[in-house]
Unconditional design. Structure first.
Length: 137
């Protein structure tokens, strides 16, 4: 069996340009790997990456509707992907920068995780997509 590795995650968004700018500022996703427009389907996409290889695809489709979650566990009520988890070096600093400087909504503040030496927090991007921030020691 061949080795499998993660390639990217795709997030449906209402405003492609705004989300592209936010993720560039918030996480350094500044490299455009792919940009595609399919007018017949009402779809525009961009795949952004950083120097470490994190890739996120943003898809804007006419008429899409947001899904809102009041907390990280409410997202699990639907059988689908629930959040994007990102490992960070400084959880407290990243959480503060995202919520104070970048406009992310605090969903759950930094707290100890289930594994020894792990801490986590949740924020929501400007369109309400859940992002889990994980710090390991």
């Amino acid at each position: 069996m061949s080795a499998v590795r993660f390639h990217h995650i795709s997030i449906s968004v209402a405003d492609l340009a705004a989300q592209e700018a936010w993720y560039a500022d918030a996480f350094g996703l500044t490299q455009v790997e792919e940009r595609l427009e399919m007018p017949e389907a009402g779809v525009r996409t961009v795949v952004l990456s950083d120097a470490a290889g994190l890739r996120v695809e943003f898809v804007e489709r006419s008429g899409s509707r947001p899904v809102s979650h009041t907390d990280a566990f409410a997202a699990t009520a639907a059988q689908t992907f629930t959040h994007l988890a990102l490992q960070v070096r400084d959880l407290d600093g990243t959480f503060a920068r995202l919520t104070q400087d970048c406009g992310a909504a605090a969903v759950s503040r930094p707290a100890p995780g289930a594994s020894e030496g792990m801490r986590y927090a949740y924020v929501a991007d400007p369109e309400g997509n859940l992002l889990e921030l994980i710090e390991t020691s």
